[in-house]
Design a protein around this ligand. Structure first.
Ligand SMILES: Cc1ncc(COP(=O)(O)O)c(C=O)c1O
Length: 395
């Protein structure tokens, strides 16, 4: 086992102080949180080293509103060498988190009250939130839970004169599925036909066990001028607390427009330089760490899938991408929230429920399990749930 992902590298003392967002710091010490998608492992040592070097110079002036050149180059190189997407650094806009990146795109796109954006169902709640906070209306469109593919007939019925964009999540959180090449081309052609912006959230794209995931910018796909990519380093490099995100525009003019809507030039918003220094180190020097992380996650994925298979109250389901499992409850009248509350009360394991509030309507009747932890923690959590599973079944 790679020592970076062994149980003794999970420092619960630190996590209990620092890991918020439904995780260790917000639960009593006897609870295991397999909740928000945030790894239990420290980031690659090159990140801390780069931050130390930056700190040692002792200067912290305003940074460039358009982002740090080295970070932009590192993102462009990441997309060119790993994703068959030869982009140039001038099209990268560093932003404070992928969450903010989604919001900036939505702000640029939804210029009139009532502008509509098509979003997948299920998908992470950030999609709806970013559109609504930008003044738009999110229109959920069902995707096939096995393939993450849209039903194009019903998608076409949802397009009208107010529709401005289609947002996709590739790979999809919570489904753990990547969108295939043919489907991506269909989505691009659909966006082109209706003159829509196509915003692709690719924050999960590096956690791809079968190497199936493609960027919407892949040069083998249909070209289209209104593609935007949103991504960040929270999931692949365990840097959620540094809020490192970016948007990739398709041309210079769109980049300028995104910059204007980001409000970075007012100095009220923006990504700190030290976070971009950390991100540059991760992208340029941390690829070996990411590969070892994915190897560890692959083993945890097998464990999680075996656990799900053994549970009478869950339908079998294998994750293909992400470190999230999203099984369906087998219980009659399955209510995700009540089931998750009961599991927490009886076993002291915290999970995320399905349901409209979290992942849109189609996710009701599911639960989400995050497995980016050590083998020992996962085994303990699963054995606690196994011990009470009979109490979850109807009489
Ligand atoms: C699909 C998706 N997009 C964006 C985010 C948020 O990323 P960030 O931490 O960069 O805001 C998440 C986090 O769970 C996510 O699952």
């Amino acid at each position: 086992m790679d020592p970076s992902f062994a149980h003794n590298s999970v420092n619960l003392d630190v996590l209990r102080r620092r890991a918020h967002n439904y995780r260790w710091a917000v639960h009593p010490p006897d609870v295991i949180p397999l909740t928000a998608a945030d790894p239990d492992f420290p980031a690659c040592p090159e990140v801390a080293e780069a931050i130390r070097r930056h700190l040692s110079e002792g200067y912290f002036p305003y940074g460039s509103p358009g982002g740090d050149d080295q970070f932009k180059l590192a993102v462009a190189s990441w997309y060119s060498r790993r994703k068959n997407s030869p982009i140039t650094e001038n099209l990268v806009l560093p932003v404070n988190s992928a969450a903010y990146g989604l919001f900036v795109c939505a702000r640029m796109i939804c210029t009139h009250p009532g502008d509509e954006v098509l979003i997948p169902d299920p998908v992470d709640f950030l999609f709806r939130k970013s559109v609504e906070h930008a003044g738009g209306v999110a229109i959920p469109c069902k995707v096939n839970p096995e393939t993450a593919e849209f039903d194009f007939e019903s998608l076409s019925q949802k397009v009208n004169a107010r529709t401005r964009a289609i947002f996709i999540c590739n790979p999809n959180n919570p489904l753990g599925r990547a969108i295939g090449k043919a489907e991506l081309n269909r989505i691009i052609l659909f966006a082109e036909k209706h003159g829509l912006w196509l915003v692709s959230d690719e924050i999960w794209a590096d956690i791809d066990f079968d190497k199936k995931c493609r960027s919407v910018l892949d040069s083998g796909l249909v070209p289209y001028a209104k593609k935007l990519v949103v991504s960040g380093l929270s999931k692949n490099f365990a840097l959620a607390g540094l809020r490192i995100g970016y948007i990739i525009a398709s041309d210079e003019q769109t980049w300028q427009s995104l910059l204007a809507f980001s409000l970075h030039q007012t100095t009220a918003f923006g990504i700190p330089l030290i976070c971009q220094i950390a991100g540059t180190a991760a992208l340029n020097e941390g690829e070996y760490w990411l590969e070892a992380f994915v190897r560890h996650l692959d083993k945890m994925r097998d464990k999680t899938s075996a656990f799900i298979d053994s549970c009478p109250f869950l339908e079998p389901r294998m994750t293909e991408c992400t470190y999230l499992a999203f099984p369906k409850l087998r219980l009659h009248e399955a209510n995700s929230t009540k089931t998750v509350e009961k599991i927490l009360e009886l076993s002291k394991v915290a999970l995320v429920p399905g349901g409209k509030e979290w992942f849109e309507s189609q996710s009701e009747g599911h639960i989400r399990i995050c497995f980016s932890t050590s083998e020992a923690i996962l085994e303990e959590a699963f054995s606690r749930i196994k011990a009470i599973e009979h109490l979850l079944m109807p009489d």
